[in-house]
Design a protein around this ligand. Sequence first.
Ligand SMILES: *Cc1c(COP(=O)(O)O)cnc(C)c1O
Length: 369
Amino acid sequence: MERAVARVEYDAIRANCTKLSEGLSEGAELCAVVKADGYGHGDVDAAGAALAGGATRLAVATAVEADRIGHRFPHVPLLTMGALTAAEVDIALAAGSELALWREPFRVVVADRARALGRPARVHVKLDTGMGRLGTPDPDEALALARACAADPDLELAGIWTHLATADDPDSEFFAQQLDRFEPVAAAVKAEFPEVVAHAANSAATLRDRRSHHDMVRCGVAIYGLDPFQSDPAERGLAPALSLRSHVADLKRFEPGDTAGYGRRWAAPEETWVGVVPLGYGDGVRRGLSDNAEVLVGGRRRPVVGTISMDNLTVDLGPEGGVEPGDEAVLIGVQGEDRILAEEVAARLDTINYEVTCGISARVPRRAA
Ligand SMILES: *Cc1c(COP(=O)(O)O)cnc(C)c1O
């Protein structure tokens, strides 16, 4: 038995991609975002499952990620979405990745590096329509850059794109404003360069409004069966792929007043059994879940009691016990009739499901379920 494991149902990722693909507007492609080790799910296997499910492109954030993915899937278009240094441009280009750009000096860097490599770089010009992060906010600069890329023998203009700040907030009007800003720029670029791929949508936008689909959608969180709106993924026909499982390594009888963990922050109010689960913040089970989470043991929810430490946490198994050492403990996922969603854990931490699965540390092995 393993101390702890993140089990990943890659079939669920495949099915989620099929589901997302079926909802796309005519001609739009699904680009599966596998940055941050596939949101903690294992990037290479997640990418393979996504492609089997109908994704036709892949995206990552960094050059190191491009290096991991690009060589494995050499015939699949890959986009590195992040800002890169010149050294990182070399790594991403060598991996066969397409790059993002939005400034003339960086365009020159990419062209120089592509020439040195002996192969034109495919680039996506980014317009900042309100995210306030990467991209030029100036539509004229975006159009001028697109023309400069198209005219440069060391570059190929592959895309015009933007990123949406409030797609996950159904009440936000800013979502439509960003699309309003993007559309004329995308249309102007495509009028001159019809092969260019226009893209704007993340998972939330993809599920929310077909107007955002353009030629391609960039879905991350939804392919893993996580809900971009932080509610139940089943409502959108998505199946969570990841579960986080460990076991009760030991248990002991507590008398009233006995305490568990650093700082003695929890004391048994009555006689009870307390189990130790060998998972802690060193595994990405955040300390903020101390006295603030439940774990499935024996098919029932049991409260996490006391302070979560680096390698262990403690659960109150109740006065009747009935649990044996070695019994499975589920922090995220299904056991018996019950389940704990990453969305539930996120809500307890006042964060989003993305951070919960990305935060599962490298100490926890990922295994195909
Ligand atoms: C991470 C990322 C995505 C994917 O977003 P999800 O909400 O996970 O679908 C899309 N586009 C960009 C630019 C990103 O950084």
